[in-house]
Design a protein around this ligand. Structure first.
Ligand SMILES: Nc1ncnc2c1ncn2[C@@H]1O[C@H](COP(=O)(O)OP(=O)(O)OP(=O)(O)O)[C@@H](O)[C@H]1O
Ligand SMILES: [Mg+2]
Length: 305
């Protein structure tokens, strides 16, 4: 499998400030959709700006399509980038802007194909409107279209769906999947893990300047399901010290979270703990009304830590 992006101990620090990227290692292969997730300020855009040559790295190295970072210019014609902030020619009409930018990168598509590109990103009907009259979401969409000009092999999209309405976001996710079917490699970012995991083959969670977790969405989900949150309704309400007693007695990893109305919230290590716990409660004379397993999203597990 061909390595399209190879990043090795990459760091970035702006001026004299602390490091924003503290040693990133990552390999992305041809045909893969890789998603970077992280909170605002995690360093997603910094990473993209660095590997696309918009800003300079501080240390470490990277390769794009076999070209080392010093020769990044050679990789640029195979790369389509949608940075987080882009300079759109506001006075141009949407379709004219795309054709103009396309000509600059030697895009060979026909007039009709430019129209279908507008449609692919959800801008049908806006072809003849000036970009300055576009909404935030529309500007985002035309930036995505711009990143696809010249038929690049590697497509890098910084937050392609943030700020889009749900329907538009679905459209962009479908577009990403179609591009992958054409054999493209795609790197994208989002601050929403549950959204990016729908299109990504692998996901990296960027936090504190490092990739805190890396895996397929399935792997992350499995890891998440290794621990469950449950809420129990009993009389009397189970208090923290009693949970500790139970935890010792049953040799389980029960973690008290809080009591809420008649419920006690707990974390358990596995769902096998639930029947054992309920038998113990009944045996000790506690009135057990209800046990609910709380659904946790990937977001809850990996991002709120
Ligand atoms: N040009 C700059 N000069 C100094 N610090 C910067 C610069 N650009 C970004 N930073 C800092 O680097 C950190 C990471 O910013 P970055 O924009 O990469 O985060 P992000 O993950 O893209 O966030 P967001 O989700 O808001 O887009 C932040 O603390 C930010 O303040
Ligand atoms: Mg950003």
């Amino acid at each position: 499998m061909m390595e399209i992006i190879k990043i090795n101990q990459l760091t970035k620090k702006y001026g004299g400030t602390t490091e924003v990227l503290k040693g990133i290692d990552l390999t992305v292969h041809q045909g893969e959709v890789f998603g970077f997730v992280g909170h605002n300020g995690a360093g997603k855009s910094t990473l993209i700006h660095t590997i696309t040559g918009i800003i300079n790295k501080s240390s470490g190295s990277f390769e794009i399509m076999g070209f080392p970072d010093k020769q990044i210019d050679k990789a640029k014609k195979e790369m389509g980038v949608m940075p987080d902030i882009s300079n759109l020619y506001e006075h141009m009409k949407g379709i004219h802007f795309l054709r103009y930018m396309g000509e600059l990168v030697g895009d060979q598509r026909s007039k009709k194909d430019y129209e279908s590109l507008m449609k692919d990103v959800g801008l049908e009907g806006a072809e003849k409107k000036k970009i300055k009259s576009y909404s935030f979401g529309m500007k985002k969409k035309i930036s995505i279209a711009q990143a696809l000009l010249g038929n690049p092999n590697l497509i890098i999209l910084d937050e392609p769906t943030s700020g889009l309405d749900p329907e538009s976001a679905i459209k962009i996710r479908k577009l990403v999947t179609r591009l992958q079917e054409q054999g493209k490699t795609i790197l994208l970012t989002s601050h929403n893990l549950d959204e990016i995991d729908k299109v990504s083959d692998r996901v990296g969670i960027l936090s504190d300047g490092v990739i805190k977790k890396l895996g397929t969405p399935r792997q992350l989900k499995e890891e998440m399901e290794a621990g469950l949150s449950i809420s129990i309704r009993t009389k009397p309400i189970l208090q923290e010290d009693y949970i500790q007693v139970l935890s010792k007695k049953l040799e389980m990893d029960l973690n008290f979270v809080e009591t809420k109305k008649e419920y006690t919230l707990l974390n358990v290590a596995s769902d096998n703990d639930i029947p054992k716990l309920s038998i113990e409660l009944i045996d000790s004379g506690v009135l057990l009304y209800e046990i609910k397993v709380e659904q946790r999203s990937l977001e809850d597990v990996f991002m709120n830590t």
